[in-house]
Write a protein that binds this ligand. Structure first.
Ligand code: GDD
Ligand code: MN
Length: 374
């Protein structure tokens, strides 16, 4: 049997197995890939590594740029995903495609300092940890390159996370880490492909069995292109936290719907009390109902169903549908509550059951008909 000797990893007929897979999620990072490969090559000298770029069919031709490098460097490959978007999902699929004992995830834009990768690998190989998280928030780390606003958002999210879900991570928002592949393979089926927060999801899902160490690093400036972070990702993150708080029992979307509903109640009572000065009660109640319904609809469109946000004509059509759905909800609510009250139930039990019933109805119908999944 003959083995091609032109392959760089084949020496005298013996192949060196890849020790470390570096997974690089990309979306519109064409200008960064060559520089990243150059820097990995410099930092990982003496380590048998490979880079797996996972590109979500970027319109700027990132995948083609990676494949051009892969043509003459077999350590580099590209997994091009079509019809899908999402940082966490891309990382999961990249790591799943690895056969190496260790896998790392690093951003493509060179904000993560690749020079700490060998230190992280050493910690894993010593057996002291199953996962090493790179962190900006311990001695030796920093995040000076963040704008003031982004820095504030990141710190707030970090504090919220520490308050709401127990985690040993000092920088749970980090997207830079390395872990044993066997540990990853165990928990992969339980991870969520939505959102940005892959590290937090891994730590929360694996629980205390996963031994975590940390590695400080300085978060740098983006090399080329721009950040893909937006409000949608922030909202999704809040949803992830809420879901983890309830032990994944309640759909985060429902929690948002219920929060919007509670705000609606406050809006309703405020408008009602103001209108009562000018109108008789039944007219004031109609005005308050309409204002609250409108504000609920707009808030749900911006928050609860942000990923399916309606615009233009669809917004008007959705609003009319929402009003119909809520009207039926009110009728059902009053009907059920009156019946319960008639059965000699306490007034507030009857009232509460009716209200809960209409929230569930409104939520189910809104999800099915007003903000349909496309
Ligand atoms: N495949 C794929 N699909 N990759 C994506 C997607 C996507 O939908 N969205 C973003 N990426 C890639 C980017 O191309 C980049 O390589 C990496 O994910 C991080 O995205 P950035 O847009 O650079 O994020 P950031 O710099 O604003 O956010 C950074 O800081 C956060 C901490 O506050 C990242 O390191 C985040 O991971 C981190 O959570
Ligand atoms: Mn970045």
């Amino acid at each position: 049997m003959s083995v091609s000797l032109s392959h760089p990893r084949v020496t005298a007929g013996l192949t060196t197995a890849t020790e470390l897979s570096v997974v690089v999620p990309t979306f519109k990072e064409r200008g960064n890939v060559a520089e990243l490969v150059r820097r990995l090559d410099a930092s990982l000298a003496g380590i048998a590594w490979e880079a797996i770029f996972v590109d979500d069919n970027s319109p700027d031709g990132t995948a083609a740029a990676v494949k051009e490098i892969a043509n003459h460097d077999p350590r580099v490959r590209c997994l091009r995903r079509v019809g899908r978007r999402g940082l966490a999902g891309a990382c999961i699929e990249g790591m799943l495609s690895s056969a190496a004992p260790f896998v790392a995830v690093i951003d493509a834009d060179l904000q993560h300092d690749e020079k700490v990768l060998p230190l992280m690998l050493a910690k894993l190989k010593s057996g002291e940890a199953d996962l090493v998280a790179a962190t900006r928030y311990i001695a030796g780390g920093s995040a000076a390159s963040f704008s003031e606003k982004r820095g504030a958002i990141s710190r707030l999210a970090t504090r919220l996370t520490h308050r709401l879900v127990g985690t040993p991570l000092s920088d749970p928002m980090s997207g830079f880490f390395m872990m044993r592949r066997d540990r990853f393979d165990e928990i992969a089926p339980r991870l969520s492909p939505a959102g940005f927060k892959i590290l937090l999801d891994i730590a929360a899902t694996a629980g205390s069995k996963l031994r975590i160490a940390e590695q400080a690093y300085a978060f740098g400036e983006r090399f080329e292109g721009e950040s893909k972070f937006n409000i949608q990702i922030g909202v999704e993150f809040l949803g992830l936290l809420l879901a983890k708080m309830t032990g994944d029992l309640v759909d985060p979307r429902f929690i948002f719907f219920a929060i919007v509903g509670s705000i609606g109640l406050i809006v309703h009572l405020t408008v009602l009390s103001a209108s009562l000065a000018l109108r008789p009660f039944d007219q004031a109640q109609v005005i308050a109902t309409f204002v609250a319904m409108t504000s609920n609809f707009m808030l749900n469109n911006e928050l609860t169903y942000r990923d399916r946000r309606l615009k233009g004509f669809a917004l008007l059509r959705g609003f009319i549908l929402f009003c119909i759905v809520c009207s039926v909800g009110v009728l059902a609510n009053v009907d059920l509550a009156s019946w319960l009250y008639g059965e000699r139930q306490t007034w507030w039990v009857a009232g509460a059951v009716g209200a809960i019933m209409s929230v569930l109805w409104n939520y189910a119908m809104s999800t099915l008909f007003v903000w349909r999944a496309r």
